[in-house]
Ligand binder design. Structure first.
Ligand SMILES: Nc1c(NC[C@H](O)[C@H](O)[C@H](O)CO)[nH]c(=O)[nH]c1=O
Ligand SMILES: CC(=O)[C@@H](O)COP(=O)(O)O
Length: 158
């Protein structure tokens, strides 16, 4: 279902496990920081809302979304980390650079998740415009950060 047909903050409240002792790494891209900071706020508020402890949430920043894969690996390899949430925003420009970044980070994050056998969540917006990004970072379509956080939580209850 396309995002415009659902709100990213709406999700079924079933199968929410106890995360009071779970440790989360949140890797945030600095590119489009007005958007990624909003995603981060959404992710943190969702984790805390569902019982995560603030002292168990560890933030690391990377320059751009392309670096999210390595940032995810450096945090996922920490044994105590139970799940990694990657947050980024790649906005289409004039060239194919957008395609290469999006493809690389989607595959990279997937590979880290499978390599370390733990949830590594793709909380990356890939909009055509700045407005589409803002609409999905606390705007009319909700917040992809909320969605990424609840996805991590639900995967810990698998
Ligand atoms: N244009 C965007 C980028 N570009 C930077 C890359 O992510 C990367 O840091 C660079 O290619 C060096 O490896 N990053 C975003 O996150 N969003 C963009 O819109
Ligand atoms: C997604 C990007 O890297 C983008 O900002 C690059 O813009 P352009 O394709 O116009 O160089």
């Amino acid at each position: 279902m396309a995002t415009q047909l659902k709100n990213l903050c709406e999700y079924s409240s079933g199968n929410i496990p106890d995360i009071s002792d779970k440790k989360f790494a949140v890797v945030v891209s600095e590119w489009n920081e007005d958007v990624t900071e909003a995603l981060y706020e959404g992710a943190i508020s969702t984790l805390l809302k569902h019982g995560a402890k603030k002292e168990n949430i560890f933030r690391k920043d990377v320059p751009g979304s392309f670096e999210l894969s390595l940032g995810a690996q450096w945090t996922a390899e920490i044994e105590e980390i139970d799940a990694v949430i990657c947050l980024g925003c790649v906005i289409q420009g004039e060239t194919k650079h957008f395609d290469f970044i999006c493809d690389a980070v989607a595959h990279g994050i997937t590979n880290v998740s499978l390599k370390y056998n733990k949830p590594v969540i793709f909380g990356v917006l890939t909009p055509n415009t700045q407005q589409q990004a803002l609409d999905r970072a606390g705007g009319k379509h909700g917040n992809k950060g909320d969605e990424a956080a609840i996805t991590a939580i639900k995967m810990l209850g698998f």
